[in-house]
Structures are given as structure tokens and as C-alpha cells.
Design a protein around this ligand. Structure first.
Ligand SMILES: [Zn+2]
Ligand SMILES: [Zn+2]
Length: 258
């Protein structure tokens, strides 16, 4: 099985770096080197100022062998979230793909950053998971996303729920299905303390049973991370019986056999 798409990447990294060919071309080059032919640029919505649709057009013109999708990762940042949502609404017709993410619980800091384990330590982990999935359902119901990113990101620091995660996530997957959205299967968890792809195999299996479609992704914050661990990811897909992934053109989902 050869994976040909990567639908989660951050050319700007973690600051505003306005899109131009110097910034973007290395992402096209790396995609080609790794055998990708369909990629989505999905910078964080808090850096939307750097996103330039005409620069994406130029990148497409310079790399006609690649499908390059204009995307964004929209999260629940308590400070920038409303501006991000307004930007997504204003640019919906120019975007191909919007990822929905939950990076914030009660605290003003992203829970998934290193050093944020204190948001979990000594607390009721099942309640934290429940609150996290409630926020994921809000993202799924927002009408502003095509796909949910790293669905069980809440496990990042290795704090596991007592209840099986499939029990905690089932309602969320049913809502995702009802809203006709996809979820991402991401290699990013392999470079985090949890050391496991997002989401867990049992969550992927339940999603498949429910009929939720999948994208595949690396969540690269540098072009060298594009398609990282994709051979291992192909093994996970095979293990779960997944034989197709989806790609997006102006929010229209297309299913492609692997
Ligand atoms: Zn994210
Ligand atoms: Zn991301």
C-alpha cells in the first residue's frame, strides 16, 4: 500500500511567515521526493495573516504534477478562535479543506504543548477526556470544518482514561458521521510522549464501522516531517482494513482507493 496524500502540514510553523515561493516551494519539493501527489497546507488559523491564496496559485502553477490544496487548521483558541472562525467563513470558497482541532481545555495554554502535563496530573482523566470530546463535537457541529484532526490528541502526555476510549469517543464519531465529516489518521503521535498514532487502532476500527471516512497526515511543522513514518502508517491502515482515503477539492470529498 502506497500512501500518496498528506492533509495536515504547517509551512509557517509556529509564527506568522507570509506565504511566498521561498517558504512554500520546499514543501512541494519534499512532497515529490516522498512520493506524495496530493497535499493540503493547513497552517494554524491564528497565523491566517500569513496565508496568501495568490501565492498558493503560483505554487500550483510551478508544480503542476502535484495537487496542492488550500487549507487551515481551525482550533478552539480562546483568544484567536473567533477571528479564526470569521476568517474561515470569509474565505470558505477559496479554501479546499478545513481541519477542526481542539488544543485548549480550561487553561489558556494549549494542553498538547510540552510542559502542560500539569493540566492532567492528579485530576479525573475520564472527566478530562469527556470535556475534550465535548469540545470536538462543538468543532464538528460548527459547520466550518471538513475533517477532525488528531481525534484522540488528549492522550498525548500518556494520561489514559479508565473507561475504554471507544466508549468515550463513540457519540463523537456518530456526530462526525451525521455531519458527513472525515477524521484524520496521523503519524504525529509517534513523535510525542504517547508514542502512538492518532487515533488509536480501536478508534479507527469503530470509525470505520460507523462509516466515517479518513484522511492521512503527518502534521509536519517542517517540510522534512512530511509523510513521516508513512510506511508504518500504511501498516496501521492494513491492520484496520482501510483501503481508501479521501482528498478534497473546494470542500468536495473524493474517495481514492489505495
Ligand atoms: Zn493540531
Ligand atoms: Zn497541526
Amino acid at each position: 500500500m502506497v500512501l500518496f496524500s498528506d492533509y495536515h502540514m504547517h509551512p509557517q510553523g509556529h509564527r506568522v511567515q507570509p506565504y511566498d515561493q521561498a517558504l512554500l516551494q520546499p514543501w512541494a519539493d519534499a512532497a515529490r521526493e516522498r512520493g506524495l501527489r496530493d497535499i493540503a497546507l493547513t497552517d494554524h488559523d491564528r497565523y491566517h495573516e500569513g496565508v496568501d491564496f495568490s501565492a498558493i496559485e503560483t505554487l500550483r502553477a510551478n508544480n503542476p504534477d502535484l495537487k496542492i490544496r488550500a487549507g487551515i487548521e481551525l482550533d478552539n483558541d480562546p483568544v484567536t478562535g473567533s477571528a479564526g472562525r470569521a476568517w474561515v467563513k470569509a474565505n470558505w470558497d477559496r479554501l479546499d479543506f478545513v481541519l477542526g482541532s481542539v488544543h485548549y481545555l480550561e487553561a489558556a495554554q494549549m494542553f498538547d504543548s510540552m510542559g502542560q502535563e500539569h493540566q492532567f496530573a492528579g485530576r479525573d482523566i475520564d472527566a478530562i477526556y469527556a470535556g475534550y470530546f465535548e469540545r470536538v463535537r462543538e468543532a464538528a457541529a460548527s459547520g466550518l470544518v471538513d475533517c477532525l484532526a488528531h481525534l484522540d490528541l488528549i492522550k498525548i502526555h500518556k494520561f489514559r482514561s479508565r473507561a475504554p476510549v471507544v466508549d468515550l469517543v463513540a457519540d463523537t464519531l456518530r456526530l462526525i458521521k451525521a455531519k458527513d465529516l472525515a477524521i484524520e489518521i496521523s503519524t504525529a503521535g509517534w513523535r510525542k510522549p504517547v508514542g502512538e498514532q492518532y487515533p488509536a487502532v480501536e478508534v479507527i476500527r469503530l470509525a470505520r464501522e460507523i462509516g466515517v471516512p479518513f484522511t492521512v497526515a503527518s502534521d509536519a511543522h517542517s517540510h522534512v516531517q512530511q509523510a513521516e513514518n508513512y510506511e508504518r502508517l500504511a501498516g496501521v491502515l492494513e491492520e484496520c482494513g482501510i483501503t481508501e482515503v479521501c482528498v478534497y477539492d473546494r470542500h468536495r470529498r473524493q474517495v481514492v482507493a489505495l
